[in-house]
Design a protein around this ligand. Sequence first.
Ligand SMILES: [Zn+2]
Length: 179
Amino acid sequence: MPTKPLERLIFAQGGLCFFCQKHLSKVDASVEHLVASANGGGNRDDNCVACCKSLNTLLGSKSLKEKIQVVLNQKGQFQCPNGAQRPAPVCVNAKSPQAVPQAVPQAVTVTKPTADKYSQVVANLRQRGDAKPRTVSKLTKWINALYQNKLPKQELSSLVHQLQAGSVITISGTKVTYV
Ligand SMILES: [Zn+2]
């Protein structure tokens, strides 16, 4: 059991900031006295929480009432005012938002926005080597097949346009050439 107040509190809070519930590393953490020392608040754990330093600074020696007000003002989605918070390690169930395109298997799921689809399509095309679709209609079919034929026509043609715009392919007539 950690013995320093900060470490003890972080431990008791399961490694999370008391307020925003984000992963809290010791360097970013500080002890917040709920009733400020200036207002007679004690040092015991029942008056202390570990939280993001930035929030501690903001709360300063506000009264408990004002602090509750600050928390309530966030209407349930409490974020400590950390600005560019460094990405939390391990603790959050963090899936990297940028999946590595090369690792995408042939059949990909349908739920991602078009920007993701575009990079998936490009990555899949690269994997095809010389076996790339050589006509517009084959390419369109092939892209659609990647998404279990569930892509709306508009999205399909916008993907083909993006491939052109991104200089991945050139189209002359019905023929597709890979740049
Ligand atoms: Zn926090």
